[in-house]
Design a protein around this ligand. Structure first.
Ligand SMILES: [Zn+2]
Length: 197
């Protein structure tokens, strides 16, 4: 009985595991004021090529003749077309996948297809569509301008993206899953580390 009580006290005081943090309703961040809720996605508001203030216009204001940036569409110089996608990575022990909000180029033809189907979440061609990955991600080897596949999703979900080079570390993370500890490392790269002191 005494031993059980001792173990109980030790267990109660031990630091939570990475998985427990990702499954917790909320956790305190050592570096930002936001209270995080379990696992969350990390998003890039623009392709890395954008290179200026990331002020978003409404999707409905889309212009294709100059520079344009909204939550889901980006045009640079009237000739480079980008869409916001999700690169998802399964995490051991988690029911949901972790998602990076990232951008890919599309051909003008596929960009128009995506825009035309966007409101209904139905597309004349379900791809996958070829593109060039348009962000670097912290904690992984360079991904910008890697060839990739954009898989449009029905029902107004963002397109899912996969890398063409299956040997790239990021592609392997998507295929093989990552550990909860690795995801916390990635969060730390983006300035979010659990305060477990
Ligand atoms: Zn944080």
């Amino acid at each position: 009985m005494a031993a059980g009580g001792l173990f109980g006290r030790l267990f109660g005081r031990r630091k939570p595991s990475a998985l427990e943090i990702l499954q917790s309703a909320k956790w305190k961040c050592a570096s930002c004021d936001i209270e995080h809720h379990g696992m969350f996605d990390i998003g890039s508001r623009a392709p890395d090529h954008w290179g200026k203030a990331e002020e978003l216009e409404p999707n409905g204001a889309l212009r294709t003749d100059g520079d344009f940036l909204s939550e889901d569409f980006c045009v640079i110089g009237g000739e480079h077309f980008f869409v916001r996608c999700v690169f998802d990575i399964p995490v051991h022990g988690m029911a949901e996948k972790f998602g990076y909000g990232v951008w890919s180029t599309l051909s003008r033809e596929n960009f128009d297809r995506y825009v035309n189907g966007f409101d209904d979440g139905k597309y004349s061609d379900m791809g996958p569509w070829w593109g060039w990955f348009s962000n670097n991600l912290k904690g992984f080897p360079e991904t910008i301008n890697q060839g990739c596949w954009v898989h449009p999703q029905l029902g107004r979900q963002r397109p899912v993206i996969s890398l063409d080079d299956e040997g790239h570390e990021l592609a392997r993370a998507q295929q093989d899953s990552i550990s909860p500890e690795r995801l916390l490392e990635l969060y730390a790269e983006y300035g979010h580390a659990p305060d477990v002191s």
